[in-house]
Design a protein around this ligand. Structure first.
Ligand code: NAP
Length: 268
């Protein structure tokens, strides 16, 4: 595989993203003369932008809200992207646009770390809040966890139902308190808390012993993670998933393992 001509992140908005810091630190540490650049791309500009990037032989990441659209635009997708129905990583091979999903492995890594830190078994019942691209990646990973039950809540019930239909042991739930009841892991896969202190699930609704995994990250952690920890739950924000998915994308594009400590140093 040839080295990409350039590395980009496509999203809207993208200004908040830590991915450029993570990747540029790892590129410098590996002495690779490329710069990873975030591009704010409106949905209406997505197809034309990908056409140009394909012609240039670029590679990169896809973030909110384009992951499902890019899945439809790619010429080929990997098996894991097919299962997730979403693409967060792309590159060009023999003139074709290839899509992959490293969020799945990133989520799996973050959830395992969290359960380990809580000295708890892997979850038997997971409540997933949100039904977009990140939720699809989480559902794909959870599907591989020994028959764990997955309950999906979304403000748009139809979207939760559509996602749940694709996975065995998954169901949609219209009522938030019923969705989290009995869960041993509660996951936020919405942007709630990204730019405010909104709690995706009120702390009073969380089961006594559940762990809390917020896929959102921000400086000083999210209000939900802090409140859950104050209430005695093991909790993590989205940084472990972010760094792990980035490391796996880096290896896909460049064929070398990045230095994860350097990646963590860039966001610490
Ligand atoms: P997405 O595809 O646009 O999906 C967003 C989901 O959240 C949809 O179900 C949407 O519902 C729901 N939602 C949006 N605003 C909401 C609100 N105010 N209240 C309730 N539900 C709301 O986005 P995504 O790519 O899944 O990303 C979701 C979040 O995960 C983002 O904050 C992103 O930064 C984070 N993320 C983190 C990582 C990581 O590595 N840590 C990786 C991926 C994503 P509707 O359909 O009704 O709009």
């Amino acid at each position: 595989m040839n080295r990409p001509a350039r590395l980009v992140l496509l999203g809207h908005p993208v200004a908040h993203s830590l991915s450029p810091r993570i990747h540029n630190a790892a590129l410098r540490a590996a002495s690779i003369p490329l710069e990873y650049v975030a591009l704010d791309i409106l949905p209406s500009q997505l197809r034309a932008t990908l056409r140009t990037l394909r012609a240039e032989g670029a590679a990169g990441n896809i973030t909110i809200p384009h992951k499902q659209s890019v899945f439809d635009i790619c010429d080929h997708v990997t098996n894991v992207a097919e299962r997730a129905g979403a693409v967060n990583t792309f590159w060009v091979q023999d003139g074709e646009l290839i899509g992959d999903n490293t969020d799945v492995a990133g989520f799996d890594f973050a959830a395992r770390e969290l359960m380990l830190s809580a000295r708890a078994e892997m979850p038997k019942c997971v409540a997933l809040i949100g039904a977009g691209g990140a939720a699809a990646a989480a559902a794909t990973a959870i599907h591989d966890w020994d028959d764990a039950e997955l309950v999906i809540w979304s403000r748009d019930l139809k979207r939760a139902e559509t996602l749940a239909q694709r996975f065995a042991h998954a169901r949609a739930e219209a009522d938030l308190s019923s969705a989290v009841k009995g869960a041993d892991l509660v996951v936020n896969a919405t942007p709630m808390g990204m730019s405010d202190d909104q709690l995706p699930v009120p702390i009073a609704l969380l089961p006594g012993k559940c762990a809390v995994l917020d896929l959102v990250y921000r400086h000083g952690e999210t209000a939900w993670v802090r409140a859950a920890r104050d209430a005695g739950r093991a909790a993590s924000d989205g940084l472990p998933m972010l760094v792990e998915q980035a490391a796996r994308s880096f290896r896909r594009w460049l064929g070398v393992e990045p230095n994860r400590e350097v990646m963590w140093g860039a966001v610490g």
